[in-house]
Design a protein around this ligand. Structure first.
Ligand code: 8DG
Length: 172
């Protein structure tokens, strides 16, 4: 996998809702997004997302599903991307919210609300890829082109299972 895919993002689901972070800082400042962050040197995407989940929610996860990559190119910032993960919390695991963390405010949001039309409270590219992440078993590469902070083009293609397996095992 390309070396510019340096971030992770995780969607923690529990039944009809997802745990989201209303971010204090850019990117997606003031908007709801998954939890995640920058990979550390030598860290696999799986190790990185489990570390970020712990740091940003206090939940120790061991089992998250790889869902592929979201990448972006822009006229105002460097090309980049993130590995995307999803996990389902058992109904018995109570996680009361809201919780104020250093990175922002964590809260459960109904998936129907998250995916609804004209919801301007979500991170800019979430409406492009999140439904696929939640509803499709395959891994995808989603690519977005930004101009002046607006998405002007989007495309997705299925990720080869062999490549997805290699990312999970070795991070490449
Ligand atoms: N860099 C970047 N990250 C993005 C974009 N869109 C998007 O959802 N993300 C996600 C990836 C990460 O989950 C998160 C950004 O990570 P971050 O800034 O919190 O990461 P960090 O580890 O450097 O920061 P921190 O945890 O030390 O505060 O936002 C984007 O356009 N650029």
């Amino acid at each position: 996998m390309n070396e510019f895919i340096r971030y992770t993002i995780l969607f923690i689901r529990q039944g009809s809702r997802i745990l989201l972070l209303n971010r204090n800082s850019a990117p997606a400042k003031g908007l709801w997004n998954g939890v995640g962050g920058k990979l550390e040197a030598g860290e696999t995407p799986m190790a990185g997302v489990l570390r970020e989940a712990w740091e940003e929610t206090g939940i120790r996860l061991t089992d998250v599903a790889y869902k592929g990559v979201v990448s972006w190119e822009s006229d105002v910032s460097p090309r980049g991307g993130m590995h995307v993960f999803m996990t389902e919390l058992p109904p018995s695991l109570a996680y009361p919210t809201p919780v104020q963390m250093e990175e922002g405010l964590l809260d459960w949001k109904e998936i129907e609300w998250v995916l609804s039309d004209h919801n301007f409270g979500m991170g800019e590219i979430i409406p492009r890829y999140l439904r696929t992440v939640l509803e499709d078993d395959s891994c995808y590469v989603h690519h977005c082109v930004f101009h002046q902070h607006k998405v002007i083009a989007y495309e997705r293609r299925q990720m080869e299972p062999v490549l997805a397996g290699a990312v999970i095992r070795k991070g490449c």
